[in-house]
Design a protein around this ligand. Structure first.
Ligand code: SAM
Length: 213
């Protein structure tokens, strides 16, 4: 076991199902190399499972069957790479501008044998008009009022935003009121994920695009 890495919580196997071995392998790599590569801070290895891996993996049930997903600002792999591990039926485009992070993500895709993930180097806005996906995900990239204009053009009509957010989500929604209207974001809701499974639950902003509504 990597020194200083959080022991695997009991809920990990329940959340990752039959993909737990692959998630463990990724946990080991990120725990061993993530800090040195600047992917996670020095305080993160002792809380890698709860704060990062499971915090991302609990989003998996909200990914639609065989969905095309774009994860914005994947960084070290959260949540897009973790979701690609636990949801092999869905296809993930991991959009990340920083070259070193893209190299890391490509290495992990290769090592873990993931055939459902590809890295697109660049900023989300560079891909506007290039394709449309069913769902977009993001964690810790920017506030909702900036995230919506970055991601809405990547979604098909009826497509869904799934953003992991902290306790500030309600005030972010208030501050984003205008852009939510402008980008025809409908049915927005905040769900709490991991209840009964994780000590630290996580919040997700969910909403759909309705261009003709
Ligand atoms: C704080 S890190 C979060 C990384 C990861 N999502 C996580 O939760 O650990 C923010 C990431 O977003 C990326 N980023 C910033 N602006 C972006 C944009 N316009 N499009 C795509 N990625 C962006 C950065 O390069 C960085 O890797």
């Amino acid at each position: 076991m990597t020194v200083g890495l959080e022991p695997e919580p009991a809920a990990a196997a329940a959340i990752a199902g039959d993909r737990i071995d692959v998630l463990r392998e990724f946990a080991h790599e990120l725990g061993a190399r993530g800090e040195k590569l600047g992917l996670i801070g020095p305080l993160e290895p002792p809380r890698l499972w709860t704060r990062h891996l499971l915090n991302s993996a609990v989003l998996a049930p909200l990914v639609a069957p065989e969905a095309q997903v774009a994860d914005i600002g994947t960084g070290g792999g959260m949540p897009g790479l973790v979701l690609a591990i636990v949801r092999p039926d869905a296809r993930f485009r991991l959009i990340e501008p920083m070259e070193r992070r893209c190299t890391w993500l490509n290495e992990q895709i290769e090592r873990l044998g993931l055939r459902n993930a590809e890295v697109l180097r660049g900023r989300a806005e560079e891909y506007h008009g290039a394709f449309e996906v069913d769902q977009v995900t993001a964690r810790a990239v920017t506030a909702l009022r900036k995230l919506v204009p970055l991601t809405a053009p990547l979604l098909r009509d009826g497509g869904e935003m799934l953003f992991l957010k902290g306790t500030s989500v309600e005030s972010e929604i208030d501050a984003a009121e205008k852009v939510l209207r402008k980008h025809r974001v409908r049915e927005s809701a905040v769900d709490e994920l991991g209840v009964g499974l994780l000590d630290e639950t996580t919040r997700v902003f969910r909403a759909k695009i309705d261009r003709h509504g």
